[in-house]
Design a protein around this ligand. Structure first.
Ligand SMILES: CC(C)(COP(=O)(O)OP(=O)(O)OC[C@H]1O[C@@H](n2cnc3c(N)ncnc32)[C@H](O)[C@@H]1OP(=O)(O)O)[C@@H](O)C(=O)NCCC(=O)NCCS
Length: 179
C-alpha cells in the first residue's frame, strides 16, 4: 500500500496518520530519549537524522491492509506526541511462525506526552481499525519491567498471558486481545 493511503484515525485528543520525512525532527528526538529507547529493540538510543529518516522509511513500509505505523499528533495544536504500531511480530529463531503472521500492537510516546492516557486512547483507535479490517487477534509484548506498557495493554482490554520467549529472541510479558 502507498503509505500516504494509510487510513487516518482519530480520537478525542489525537489525530493519527502515516509519518513522513517532514517528521524527522520529532522522530529523531523521540528515539534519542533513553527512557523511550530503553524498552524498545536493543535499548540503544538513535541520535542521528539519518537513523530517524531510515526509521520513518521503515515505518512507512508497514502500511498495508491490516498493518501500519501512525504518527499521533495533538488534535488541538498538531504537535506530534508519539508513534503507534500495528505490524507483524518477529518470532524468535527457534520458533515456527504461524501461517498467518501474528500482528502486534505497540506504542512509543514522547516523554513530554506520557502520563496522560494518550497511549491507551490511541491504542483504542488502532484496535477499532484492526477490527474493521478483519483481524481476529492482536498481541502486545513488553519488557517485564515496563509497567506503564503493561497497564496500557490492560487498559485496552488485553489479557495477560504471562512471560514468553516466543518473540524477539528474548523474554517478554505477553498480552493478547481477541477482536
Ligand atoms: C508505555 C507508554 C506508551 C505509556 O504511555 P502513557 O500514555 O504515558 O500511559 P498512561 O499515561 O496511559 O499510563 C498507563 C498506566 O501506566 C501507569 N504507569 C505509568 N508509568 C508507570 C510506571 N513507571 N510504573 C508503573 N505504572 C506506570 C499509569 O499510572 C497508568 O495506569 P492506570 O491505567 O492504572 O491509570 C509510554 O510510557 C512510553 O511510550 N514509554 C516509552 C516507550 C515504550 O516503552 N513503549 C512500549 C514498548 S513495549
Amino acid at each position: 500500500m502507498d503509505p500516504d493511503q494509510l487510513p487516518a484515525l482519530e480520537t478525542d485528543r489525537l489525530r493519527l496518520r502515516a509519518p513522513t520525512a517532514e517528521d524527522v525532527d520529532f522522530i529523531a528526538n523521540l528515539y534519542a530519549r533513553p527512557e523511550v529507547a530503553r524498552f524498545i529493540g536493543d535499548g540503544r538510543t538513535e541520535r542521528t537524522r539519518e537513523q530517524a529518516l531510515a526509521r520513518i522509511e521503515r515505518y512507512r513500509s508497514f502500511a498495508g491492509a491490516t498493518t501500519g505505523v501512525w504518527l499521533a499528533s495533538c488534535a488541538v495544536d498538531g504537535e506530534p506526541r508519539g508513534i503507534m504500531l500495528l505490524k507483524p511480530i518477529p518470532v524468535s529463531a527457534d520458533v515456527d511462525p504461524e501461517p498467518q503472521p501474528e500482528i502486534e500492537i505497540g506504542w512509543h510516546l514522547h516523554p513530554d506526552a506520557q502520563g496522560r492516557g494518550y497511549a491507551a486512547e490511541a491504542a483504542e483507535a488502532l484496535v477499532e481499525h484492526a477490527r474493521t479490517v478483519g483481524l481476529e487477534t492482536l498481541v502486545a509484548v513488553a519488557h517485564p519491567e515496563n509497567r506503564a506498557s503493561h497497564r496500557v495493554a490492560e487498559r485496552i482490554g488485553m489479557a495477560h498471558r504471562g512471560t514468553t520467549d516466543r518473540y524477539y529472541g528474548t523474554t517478554v510479558e505477553l498480552f493478547t486481545l481477541e477482536l
